[in-house]
Write a protein that binds this ligand. Structure first.
Ligand code: NDP
Length: 488
């Protein structure tokens, strides 16, 4: 069993706390690794290393072309080790192997996408009403703190690090204390490709302490966060200390709307995949299914016919389609919502309990759960459950569907199922969310912006928009008149 250290200033280092944390497989409880249980002092060491790398190290002088080449090397190295990384991801966060394989490949794509973008950062020249040469240049922000969650450990590390590095920043990344292993393997890749010391620092430890210090430290110029909305608010408060730039990708309670003219079979698949991929532990999960009344019965029956195909089990077992939840605490939270749904009067039509199989009793499993007859006012239809729980609500008209869909404090994603192209375009326009999928659910591309309206966040990741979040904008105004200003 491996004990990992922090990666600070290009070297592996034990925590100043002297403490370590056991990392256990959520599918069977087995001990798989130990990591450093760091504290604020480790963050301060990472800040020193990162500031040195940015303020006087070689990274700011590294050409965009060479920054891009580093990122391509990271992509290659991830691909070369993909099979091992995918298995480690499964053991650390529980998802089925096929999903982990997809995440690892996409993490490699992400580094390559931003590797290519490094050389496309450009400014502008402006005609101004004076005899001057005026232009705009784009520059890195500086030291970026990055705090990521447990549901997509390596992919979220890639989404944060790749654009930041392409833009010429240096980074201090804190993975979730529960799922730090693949991010630490990524650190080893940075070491092997000889990324200059201090350009990427990875510190493991709890949000209380490590995360708080990253958010508040005045020598960190920006903080980027993915996680729950409550934590996001705390990060904003911490970041206010030095008016840090922030980008936040927070929660969602995303509507997946099925109209009567949809392809029913496709909508059934889309509803289940939207709700149950990654055990429903997805910010963009289609956890609120809104169904036109006339097809409510066949749609629910279609889902109930297919739910038995969602094989529950350890993610490394063949044919498993749903793994365990991340922790017993999180399972308690999800089970609390299932109980609440019953108390609120929603109709439990499948799942709602732990599986009976003896080989699953040491993992944090919950069966795929569907509540029918859910009123939009119920808490299970309003609060983010972040587990395999789908609520079904009916509507009579397009206007009512839009009203229910938008009646939420969140605005991350939405799905629309219809064969009517005008309706698809109309409803997509009316939805107050950053991502709208039509006749599909969940496809995510490095090329497209990712992020939310309302309390689902601030800023966008991925695409050309993603690199913007890591760039400052400077105007340079060169006076071409040689005469003095002549004002006094
Ligand atoms: P959090 O939002 O608390 O955790 C995300 C990251 O933030 C982790 O690295 C965590 O550290 C860190 N963190 C926690 N508190 C602080 C703090 N005060 N300052 C700085 N960093 C902090 O998610 P949870 O794991 O607690 O899950 C809570 C809920 O959030 C879930 O039930 C779900 O609803 C939502 N969530 C949303 C995600 C998304 O993708 N949008 C992802 C994960 C959760 P630590 O290592 O201690 O966990």
């Amino acid at each position: 069993m491996k004990t990992y250290e922090n990666f600070i200033g290009g070297r592996w280092q034990t925590s100043k706390s002297g403490q370590s944390r056991e990392i256990r497989d959520p599918g069977n409880g087995e001990l798989i690794a130990k990591v450093q249980e760091s504290n604020r002092d480790d963050v301060l060491a990472a800040v020193d290393a990162a500031r040195q790398a940015f303020d006087s190290g070689p990274w700011r002088k590294t050409s965009a072309l060479d920054r891009g080449k580093f990122l391509f090397k990271v992509g290659d190295a991830i691909r070369a080790d993909a099979a091992r990384l995918a298995r480690l991801e499964v053991q650390n966060c529980g998802k089925p192997l096929a999903e982990a394989e997809f995440d690892i490949a996409d993490a490699a794509n992400c580094f390559e996408f931003f590797g290519g973008l490094a050389t496309k950062i450009h400014g502008e020249t402006m005609q101004v009403p004076a005899n001057s040469l005026s232009f705009v240049v784009r520059e890195p922000i500086g030291v970026c703190g990055q705090i990521i969650p447990w549901n997509y450990p390596l992919l979220m590390a890639a989404w944060k690090l790749a654009p930041a590095l392409a833009a010429g920043n240096v980074c201090i990344l804190k993975p979730s204390e529960m799922t730090p292993l693949t991010a630490l393997e990524l650190a080893e890749i940075f070491r092997k490709i000889e990324l200059p010391a201090g350009v990427v620092n990875i510190v493991t430890g709890p949000g209380a302490g490590v995360g708080e210090e990253i958010a508040a430290n005045p020598r960190i110029d920006k903080v980027a966060f993915t996680g729950g909305t409550v934590t996001g608010r705390k990060i904003m408060v911490g970041a206010a200390a030095n008016v840090k730039k922030i980008s936040l990708e927070l929660g969602g309670k995303n509507p997946n709307i099925v109209f009567a003219d949809a392809d029913l079979e496709a909508a059934v698949d889309g509803a289940l995949f939207g709700a149950f991929a990654n055990q429903g532990e997805v910010c963009s999960a289609g956890s609120r299914l809104l169904v036109e009344k006339s097809i409510h019965k066949p749609l629910v029956e279609g889902m109930l016919r297919k739910v038995p195909n969602i094989k529950l089990g350890h993610g490394l077992q063949p044919k498993v389609k749903m793994g365990p939840l991340i922790s017993s605490t999180h399972r308690d939270k999800v089970e609390g919502y299932i109980k609440l749904g019953q108390q609120e009067g929603a109709k439990l039509v499948c799942g709602g309990k732990r599986p009976d199989a003896a080989d699953l009793k040491n993992g944090f499993f919950v069966e795929p759960t569907i509540f029918d007859d859910v009123k939009p006012t119920m808490r299970i239809a309003r609060e983010e459950i972040f587990g395999p729980v789908l609520t079904v609500t009916t509507f009579d008209s397009e206007a009512e569907a839009i009203k229910i869909a938008n009646d939420t404090e969140y605005g991350l994603a939405a799905g629309i199922w219809t064969r009517n192209v005008q309706r698809a375009a109309r409803v997509a326009q009316e939805i107050r969310a950053g991502i709208v999928w039509v006749n599909t659910y969940h496809p995510t591309f490095n090329e497209l912006p990712w992020g939310g309206y309302k309390q689902s966040g601030i800023g966008r990741e991925l695409g050309l928009y993603g690199i913007e979040e890591y760039l400052e904008t400077k105007q340079v105004n060169i006076n071409l008149d040689e005469a003095p200003i002549g004002w006094y």
